[in-house]
Design a protein around this ligand. Sequence first.
Ligand code: GDP
Length: 464
Amino acid sequence: MRMDDTICALSTPQGMGAIAMIRISGSDTFPILEKTFKAFSPRHNPSEAKPYSLVFGKMVDGQTIVDEVMVGIFKGPHSYTGEDVAEISCHGSVYIQEQIIRLLLKNGCRMADPGEYTMRAFTAGKMDLSQAEAVADLIESESKAAHQVAMQQMRGGFSDEIKGLRTELINFASLIELELDFGEEDVEFADRTQLSELLLRIKSVISRLLESFDTGNVIKNGVPVAIVGAPNAGKSTLLNALLNEEKAIVTDVAGTTRDAIEDEISLGGVKFRFIDTAGIRETEDLVESIGIKKTFEKIEQSRIVMYLFNAQSLQDNVELIRNEIAQLQEKTKGKTLLVLANKMDLIEDATLLEKLGDVENLIPISALQKRGLKELETRLTSEINLGALNSNQTIVTNARHFSALQQSLEDILRVEQGMENNISGDFLAMDIREALKHLGSIIGEVETDRDILGNIFGKFCIGK
Ligand code: GDP
């Protein structure tokens, strides 16, 4: 990726819309516009136009008018990328979009790589690495919670926390390194008691951040919930009732939901990923038994399992239901198992449920008549502790940050151990430097591997 050429890309979605936006960034932005854009008022020539202004004019290819457009003018360093930037808003026709991009390429632009605008912003020091990553999260955010966390990270909340820890550690590292300069003389510039206190504090901050990843992961990727139950218990109907749309296939033939269908729904500001499974009923049918194996895999990957059974079967099949519940209790240790007695609309006497004895988290519902669903939703949302989110604490959502924090915690533990064992200052300094490196990698303050950068920005869409 060359950083000195001028790039262009469509920044609005592919396809036709009312308006499309093509963005140019780089030192040749205005010279290229000189050749391809004519302002309706000559005074508004882009090179001379005021920064943050909009210029009305036409895109021209020689004598041919391609479109009438509005161009937003941003002059470096006061732009997203830190370079000269122009945002051309044209009519949304795919043909026009293509013609304008072709025109820009012909006149010296190169197509931007995915995430290249944000990568340039990072390189120009407009944002640090974790903020750049938050831009991608913000674009992808689908729920209130995901939006809030990405926004906080983009605005630098997380970075500030990491920077604070680093500054304190850097001070200590320099004092210890100063001691080394005095070699033989037995001096101690870095107060060991203070260093211990600092390490304790850093450990507790890192541990809190590491713990937040559990919530962060849920916020970013959604809470996986497996729906398990015999064919015809009403799993698809329940899913549809929750989703309020017909995505899963609902039929009367037993065993039709063979493969797992996933759907997402936002409840209480959090995304839940419902996975409709084939149930766990024992069967001779090969296809179905593969489905059952998959069900167990899905249970494994879930955080919450909803076991759904037809309440009517309590009349003659209590043992079977009890059995399945017991089996699932066994398989869902450490997860939450909700037991849903469905089709309650067909049951005249609700005391029938007593046949099951004491079952934890038993919720009577009617998926068809949408009864008991509010209680179910409340139960689901109460499973997720958003305490950290509500108190505006930093939440780690990014696996790369999580792993860097884990490594820095190990480094800090090594420093602590080293102090206990009275190891020499140069070894202490080395471990502190390692911790600094790992913390710095989160915000990109240490030199970041090109592969890692490629990996981070490659996941962006083109045009961002
Ligand atoms: P699945 O195989 O577990 O996915 O079950 P389906 O959702 O396909 O439902 C099987 C049948 O039971 C369909 O005819 C549904 O309309 C019916 N059904 C599902 N839930 C209820 C309910 O709460 N009450 C009644 N009366 N019928 C239901």
